[in-house]
Design a protein around this ligand. Structure first.
Ligand code: CP
Length: 316
């Protein structure tokens, strides 16, 4: 594996999940692999889980992580080619990516979408530019359109908690006060398409995700129908894709409640976190035994450690 910026970079999901399980069982078994290697974590946006779990994963492999909040601590970067840099940007990505490549053996980047410029977001202009100009592997810590490390942790969690060979997994939209990106649901859709699950998406009309990603997946606007006999409910808010970045609904009837969970087959509740209590899901569900959001977040470490293992092994 050269880079990991999309679920599409996973060639064999079963193999990757097996690796994640094995690093979870023995996290310090491969401490020599990352010795004298630096992981650079560059954040353009806030994070709790991704920031800490990826550093922990690097430390487990003997790597030294270094972290920078580029949005507040770095020079403002220019991503356009051929421009006269007489505005706010002080440094071009061409130099910045090459410079960071000299200090780090792997570069990991978080860069959220604008949610106003669809074309720019879909081009993953920040992560793509780092991939273009960096001379070391690049990992996405959540880009404009995907959050692939989250998806690996999600797939690992479903594998650990499933009680049936082919569980029913439901991705449900839920209300939120702010316009949120599509990265988590997009990557979850992609990884569930690779997994051996019966997968259904439910959302209000107008909240269709990019049809390129959801092609072939069952989609319903009837949340109750979707929840019937489900083994996993994965809740997430996202803004409209069609009316790009807009909030079309805050309908509280889409909040996940104990009554909705009662429709499932003793289903488990999942969310990538952070979660808005009593918007996305009620306290009663989140504080119940059906919620597996905490072990799900723990799996972020082993997802990152599996990916770093593959990247370091392939880098030689
Ligand atoms: N789920 C997730 O990526 O969490 P953070 O935004 O806190 O990193």
């Amino acid at each position: 594996m050269k880079n990991f910026t999309s679920v599409d970079d996973i060639t064999n999901l079963n193999e990757l999940i097996a690796l994640a399980k094995s690093v979870k069982a023995a996290p310090f078994a491969n401490k020599e692999l990352g010795k004298n290697k630096i992981l650079g974590l560059l954040f353009f946006n806030p994070s709790l889980r991704t920031r800490l779990s990826t550093q922990k994963a690097a430390l487990n492999l003997g790597m030294d992580p270094i972290v920078m909040n580029l949005n507040t601590e770095g020079w403002t970067l220019e991503f356009e080619d051929g421009v006269v840099m007489d505005g706010a940007s002080s440094e071009h990505i061409k130099e910045a990516a090459q410079v960071v490549s000299q200090y780090c053996d792997v570069i990991a980047i978080r860069s959220f979408p604008t949610l106003t410029d669809k074309e720019k977001d879909e081009a993953e202009y920040v992560i793509s530019a780092f991939k273009k100009y960096a001379s070391v592997p690049v990992i996405s810590l959540e880009g404009s359109t995907e959050h692939p490390l989250q998806a690996v942790a999600d797939a690992l969690t479903i594998e650990e908690y499933k009680k049936k060979e082919r569980p029913k997994v439901v991705l449900t939209w839920a209300p939120h006060p702010r316009a949120l990106p599509h990265a988590v649901p997009n990557s979850f859709v992609k990884v569930m398409k690779k997994a051996d699950v019966d997968f259904v998406i439910t959302h209000p009309e107008g909240y269709e995700l990019n049809p390129e990603f959801t092609k072939g997946v069952a989609i319903t606007h009837n949340q109750d129908e979707a929840f019937k006999d489900a083994d996993f409910i994965y809740a997430k808010n996202w803004s409209s894709y069609r009316e790009y970045g807009k909030i079309l609904s805050k309908d509280p009837s889409w909040t996940v409640t104990p009554e909705k969970m009662a429709l499932t087959d003793n289903g488990k509740f999942m969310h990538c976190l952070p979660v808005r209590r009593n918007m996305i899901v009620t306290d009663a569900v989140l504080d119940s035994d059906s919620s597996i959001v905490i072990p799900q977040s723990n799996n972020r470490t082993y997802a990152a450690q599996a990916i770093l293992t593959k990247i370091l092994e392939d880098a030689g």
